[in-house]
Design a protein around this ligand. Structure first.
Ligand SMILES: Nc1ncnc2c1ncn2[C@@H]1O[C@H](COP(=O)(O)OP(=O)(O)OP(=O)(O)O)[C@@H](O)[C@H]1O
Length: 305
């Protein structure tokens, strides 16, 4: 069963003479119980899409449904069935952990006790700080509290807009573990992120860039469709290496990735060609090896397409 559907959604913002097409003809669907990732860099349109799906913003054109309900006609019913954790910190900084939870519970005419079984795992980590003001919590703890607040009315669908942005690596890992536990409770989760490495933690992902949906599929299917050899290349002078590779007409793409540059060549060019290209200049410490592509490599390839 499809829990979220977006059908040819368009949205543009006008600010003075500047028009930004935030969403261009976006269509996709999310199955019940799926952990669905919307992956894209800043400005991709993720927040705009979330605001439309949670009925906070009307699209210029197109339709969308959540739990079979129309985002325009049935907006009130949708609001009771979804939990939304916006990108920017949404809690009341001057209220304590406990007060924030009680406040959000009261909005939905429920109580913390009513949803305790759902939030128990997360709440136990927050409990030692329950009298602390939300504004004085660490980034990871703030995210956990915001997640608890978004879950307080036992929503069927959870929309999480960049929940792990700015959160340390350990808290990020813990956050994803929490999402996998919630998935077992049959909550459909739509989560956005700019971290490409988080794609593999989702059942399916939608890759987005500048308002365009590039691809929707499982992370593995996206990786499997890469279809070209990929090389990791290194030299003592990485900036010079980047310039040399990028300047060559036989190179399809080259971008810095950690301690290496990832390189794709045009047509059927092979490694000896890459050695020729990097040997054109007096570069030292050259290392070239074939590697398996990741989601980021696929993302770059899709943008090039
Ligand atoms: N109220 C607004 N007025 C004008 N332009 C806007 C407005 N809100 C968003 N935009 C523009 O629309 C585009 C999509 O923004 P959106 O916030 O949806 O993207 P995002 O993927 O969530 O990125 P970010 O993480 O930077 O918020 C961006 O170019 C942004 O500058």
């Amino acid at each position: 069963m499809q829990t979220v559907t977006a059908d040819h959604i368009n949205m543009r913002y006008t600010a003075g003479k500047t028009i930004t097409e935030a969403l261009k003809d976006i269509s996709f669907s999310v199955e019940k119980g799926e952990l669905f990732g919307i992956i894209g860099p800043d400005g991709a349109g993720k927040t705009t899409l979330f605001r439309i799906l949670t009925t906070l913003l009307l699209p210029d054109s197109g339709n969308a449904t959540v739990e079979g309900l129309d985002i325009v006609k049935d907006f009130r019913r949708i609001r009771n069935r979804v939990g939304y954790m916006p990108g920017r910190f949404s809690l009341y900084q001057d209220l304590t952990v406990q007060e924030n939870l009680e406040f959000f519970a009261s909005i939905f005419n429920t109580s913390v006790q009513d949803s305790y079984s759902l939030i128990e795992d997360i709440y136990r980590q927050l409990e030692p700080y329950k009298k602390r003001k939300a504004g004085k919590l660490s980034g990871g703890m703030k995210q956990k509290l915001a997640l608890c607040c978004a879950l307080i009315h036992k929503p069927a669908v959870l929309f999480l807009d960049e929940p792990t942005t700015g959160v340390d690596a350990v808290s990020r890992k813990e956050f994803w573990e929490m999402l996998h536990r919630l998935k077992k409770e049959e909550i459909t989760i739509v989560v956005s992120t700019a971290y490409m490495d988080e794609a593999s933690l989702c059942d399916r992902v939608a890759l987005m860039q500048k308002g365009v949906l590039l691809r929707v599929d499982t992370p593995q299917a996206i990786i499997n469709s890469f279809g070209k050899p990929l090389w990791a290349v290194k030299a003592d002078d990485m900036f010079h290496l980047l310039q040399v590779i990028k300047a060559d007409a036989r190179v399809e793409s080259c971008f810095p990735f950690g301690q290496y540059h990832h390189v794709v060549l045009k047509g059927n060019e092979n490694e000896s060609m890459l050695r020729q290209i990097t040997g054109k200049e007096p570069l030292t410490g050259i290392e070239i090896r074939t590697i398996a592509p990741g989601i980021e490599d696929c993302f770059i390839a899709l943008i090039k397409e």
